[in-house]
Design a protein around this ligand. Structure first.
Ligand code: MN
Length: 207
């Protein structure tokens, strides 16, 4: 039996006999640079799941409009449950009736450097998430450079904002969410996996 940890919510929401997603049996431990992944997910509504490896799991936010490369664009990011590390390679279709039903592709992936500091000292990402402010330098295939995630409210599911920071990788003319829809793993788009049929959904399938 898996021990109680921050993946409990992930496991509780999924029936491993029905979904092709990773079971999330255990937290990971990896060496080397921490990874990030952004998964485009056509669920109840289209969104991009932004995930950062920290503390043996993927800290996660759902970004309805996807990330921008323009520092003037503030993108809403709703926190979601921690995901297991092997979720970073997941691409496929979550079946109708299951949590998050719909196709998922790995829209971008790579490693990141933690830029979060307090009083000149690096703050571990898991602590930064708890404190409501994370700054990372992404080294992905589509996205590069510094991004900030900031909590803007209180309560059980407070809103966060994802914004590109000003650096040499900021570019207001790019719009990769639109212009680069392919998976960085398979080259497939969500359409190739089959867009979900809207209006046929019976159960609650957020996520
Ligand atoms: Mn999702």
């Amino acid at each position: 039996m898996p021990s109680r940890d921050s993946l409990d919510e992930y496991r509780r929401k999924r029936d491993t006999r029905k979904t092709p997603e990773p079971a999330g049996r255990k937290r990971g431990s990896r060496r080397g640079k921490p990874r990030f992944v952004i998964q485009q997910h056509d669920a109840t509504a289209m969104h991009w799941d932004f995930r950062l490896e920290a503390d043996g799991v993927l800290k996660s936010w759902a970004v309805p409009k996807g990330p921008s490369t323009d520092p003037r664009e503030k993108r809403l990011a709703m926190p979601t449950e921690d995901h297991p590390l092997d979720y970073a390679g997941f691409e496929g279709v979550i079946p109708e009736g299951e949590y998050g039903a719909g196709p998922v592709i790995v829209w971008d992936a790579g490693t990141y450097r933690n830029l979060t500091e307090k009083n000149g000292k690096e703050v571990p990402v898991e602590d930064a998430v708890r404190a409501g402010h994370v700054k990372v330098f992404l080294e992905g295939e589509k996205l590069r450079g510094a991004y900030a995630l900031t909590r803007t409210g209180q309560g059980k599911r407070p809103r966060w904002i994802l914004v590109k920071m000003k650096d040499e990788h900021a570019d207001a003319r790019r719009n990769p969410v639109r212009s680069e829809p392919q998976s960085v793993i398979s080259g497939k788009t969500l359409k190739d996996l089959g867009l979900r049929k809207r209006g046929t959904r019976r159960s609650r399938t957020r996520g």
